[in-house]
Design a protein around this ligand. Structure first.
Ligand SMILES: [Cu+2]
Length: 108
């Protein structure tokens, strides 16, 4: 199982952090590794109360392979199975390139 948080801190973030850095938009972690052909549960938590996020898997040419909605203050779960080994880029299409990362798909 992989837990990723669509981290976006505003009202909920530490005041000093928000003041110093502004809003933080990021996936945490932004890098995960899975095995090819192994169904893997991805758990997303959008911690922000007022912003929609999404999880888009991108192909080699940047094309969107799939785009999953991550509503505010919701835990969203998807089982994903990767059939090809390699590195897949992912991003929140609304907040890329700040919200982006990679999935490494390993052979068995
Ligand atoms: Cu986003």
């Amino acid at each position: 199982m992989i837990v990723t948080q669509a981290l976006a801190i505003k009202e909920s973030g530490p005041k000093e952090t928000v003041e110093r850095f502004g809003e933080v938009y990021a996936f945490s972690p932004s890098f995960v590794a899975v095995r090819r052909e192994q169904p893997t549960l991805f758990v997303f938590m959008n911690l922000q109360p007022d912003d929609m996020h999404d999880f888009a898997l991108l192909g080699e040419k940047g094309q969107v392979l799939t785009d999953l909605e991550l509503p505010p203050l919701k835990k969203t779960q998807y089982v994903l199975t990767f059939h090809r080994a390699g590195v897949f880029e992912f991003a929140c299409l609304r907040h890329m390139p700040a919200m982006a990362g990679q999935v490494l798909v390993r052979e068995h």
